[in-house]
Design a protein around this ligand. Structure first.
Ligand SMILES: [Zn+2]
Length: 455
């Protein structure tokens, strides 16, 4: 099933480049290009408007230009309050799901980094991103934050079920979205019990995705299938017991679901759905199971950890090798995938970077496998918004900046755009790319979002 991205009726586009300022029309019209480059630019004197060829590499994920690829790896669960599936043998948290998922995530991150790809470890250690403070259970982490904007935060019997969980998962989605990851891989380990809760000695692998985003069937489903197939092969190769291949499953688990603006018949409970869903193809992988003791031991062992990481890596290789249309838009002088750092306060911890420089210099890279003809355009403008960032394509967005030259896979270009002053009271600058008939934000390439710097 395919669904359009939600339209943001509540948001008003107050200004865009074509209304408030002439777009920079050609590189030769902006002789002062180098003078406006941020001082931390890696290429402060790069001429705007000229195609920069793909550097090439021996990467297997994306040979033309792996440094423009960002993979977000989310180790499921974590922190004092959320161990995930506990050890059936009651040996403690080092044997629980959260420890196994972190070990696999680190092994996968190492493989990706060695391939030249940038990695966002959504959590990097035994931590929660949205608070972990509950002294009654010995948890003395940071205070809870209302990340999803429902007005409540915390943990305990007086709060609706999963209050803490949904703020935590929303924070993890926000971090991957704002890093504009190409894919989000959430790593979990399952437990299988009978109706009475007795662990069943079954080992199996299963991968979840959603087909309800605009890119769900086209992109998330093949991602899930590639990772599932390679992961099953890798786990089978090191297991001395029977394993089950449960295949892929289209199911709106929180980490993979589209944004839920209003409850629907299929998704009646907004508590179990993200306010700001993943803006890229996202999968949740149940790598294996804790309830078969042999599999649990394998997953605690370096051999099982490496096999799981290898399987996910090989699945990503297969998927990136056939991803035809994708782009990365980065403020020139910043690195792709720089993770947003938490801001203090009680609300969402992760926010877009401030917009710096006017005109703005943006690097646009073709990160797909298909070459672009000349004529692709940035689309964007200022949007008035109270939220931390936008999770759909705002209305009224128009082309800004010059037409792009033809770009081979991995090639990039720096352009200058001027979208004028932010709206009174501040706002978000939103940029995506129009390639042919496709708006890439509707194709699973997250838009660049920047907030207006504080007055
Ligand atoms: Zn889990």
């Amino acid at each position: 099933m395919t669904r359009r991205l939600p339209i943001f009726l509540a948001l008003t586009l107050v200004a865009c480049g074509s209304d408030t300022a002439p777009p920079s029309t050609s590189p030769s019209a902006t002789p002062a290009a180098s003078a406006v480059a941020p001082s931390r630019s890696a290429e402060p004197t790069a001429a705007a408007g000229a195609a920069v060829p793909a550097p090439g590499s021996d990467s297997v994920i994306y040979p033309p230009n792996p440094g423009q690829i960002v993979v977000a790896v989310e180790a499921g669960h974590g922190g004092c309050l959320d161990w995930g599936v506990p050890d059936p043998g009651e040996r403690g948290q080092d044997f629980s799901e959260k420890a196994i998922t972190m070990a696999i995530a680190r092994a996968l991150a190492d493989r990706l980094a060695a391939d030249g790809v940038r990695v966002l470890l959504v959590r990097d250690g035994d931590e929660a991103l949205a608070g972990d403070h509950y002294p009654a259970l010995g948890c003395d982490g940071a205070q809870f934050r209302d990340v999803n904007g429902d007005g409540i935060a915390g943990f305990g019997p007086d709060l609706p079920e999963a209050t803490r969980t949904r703020d935590e998962l929303q924070a993890r989605l926000d971090r991957a979205n704002l890093a504009r990851a190409d894919v989000l891989v959430s790593i979990h380990v399952d437990s299988i019990t009978d109706a009475a809760g007795t662990p069943l000695p079954i080992a199996r692998t299963e991968t979840f995705y959603t087909d309800e985003t605009p890119w769900g069937e086209m992109s998330a489903q093949p991602l899930a299938a590639s990772v599932q197939d390679a992961l099953v092969r890798a786990m089978d190769a090191v297991a001395a017991y029977e394993r089950q291949d449960r295949g892929i499953n289209a199911h709106n688990l929180y980490l993979v679901a589209p944004s839920l603006l209003e409850p629907t018949a299929e998704r009646p409970d907004p508590l179990r759905q993200p306010t700001r869903g993943a803006l890229m193809p996202a999968i949740l992988v149940e790598v294996g199971t804790i309830t078969l003791p042999e599999e649990h031991e394998l997953l605690l062992d370096g051999i099982g950890t490496a096999a799981a990481a290898d399987g996910i890596f090989e699945g990503l290789v297969a998927w990136f090798g056939q991803r035809d249309l994708a782009a990365r838009i980065t403020p020139a002088g910043t690195e792709p995938g720089d993770p947003p750092e938490a801001v203090p306060g009680e609300g969402p911890p992760f926010r877009p970077q401030p917009m710096e420089g006017r005109p703005l210099r943006l690097r646009i890279a073709n990160t797909g496998t298909r070459a672009w003809d000349a004529g692709a355009r940035l689309i964007g403008g200022w949007v008035a918004s109270d939220g931390p960032y936008l999770y759909g394509i705002p209305e009224g967005i128009t082309p800004v900046g010059p037409e792009l030259p033809a770009l081979e896979p991995g090639a990039s270009v720096v352009v200058e755009v001027d979208i004028g002053e932010p709206p009174p009271g501040g706002g978000l600058a939103w940029f995506s790319l129009q390639v042919g008939a496709e708006n890439l934000a509707g194709h699973g390439s997250p838009a660049l979002q920047l907030f207006s710097a504080a007055p």
